[in-house]
Design a protein around this ligand. Sequence first.
Ligand SMILES: [Zn+2]
Length: 260
Amino acid sequence: MANSGASALQSSRSISKGFDVPPRDKMLDNLIEDLFFKGAEGQKLNQIYLKKVGSVYTNILRYLGTQTDSPDNRDAVIFCDGSRFKRESPHSRWATDMTNGRKLRWRERQCEKGSEKIAAAVTWLGTADDDTRRWPAQIQLCDWFVEFLKQHEMIIGEDIRLKTKIGRKVIRKASQGKWLFNQIDVYNVLDKVLLHELTHTWMGGELDDVKVKKFGIIPRPAYGWARCKELAKTGSLVDNYFEDAPDNNAETVALFASGE
Ligand SMILES: [Zn+2]
């Protein structure tokens, strides 16, 4: 886990050096074309600077790149299970987060509500009811994903991975279009997921899960390569701080760091 956190930061470090000023390496240009280039309204590939993406990586490295034993509201804490939530009584609707004393509904624990049940990880921003940033952000790795990582750690070849129950679960999710793991995702999946979640935090730039229309008429968050590429073509132009642009999409920014 710690290794993957470090490697998530490492990949953003390597890419935050020198990608933002053209002329760029051909491979990097291809990646920028896939993830950020709309190719409309006179936009040219060599006029994309990705300033926002650069500042997201820089800030994650600067503010979230060192470990601390006493995290404050600018930090993020990663949880692998939900044991911090204590139910008030066996059937109570209420629970307490033992790390910060916060009261919440039992069914509103991270990874437990509605669409979060199919997520790999979920970030809570540490915001109190009055909108102040009171606590460290909490990145919760969801149970099925932790199981997947445990299995995956022991498995080397893709062919073996496909035979595992968890592997099948991931493939099934992918085929339903709910959570897309492509080949590239499988090998650095934890790095990418952590980086994705870190970009949601206050210090990470509070990026969104921007929605995109693909495979149907209902807009869904742009997760995975296919949807992120679609967002690049259909979203707003990058470098303008538009909310529905690919440089405001957590997944696009995370994939970019892992997409060499
Ligand atoms: Zn997200």
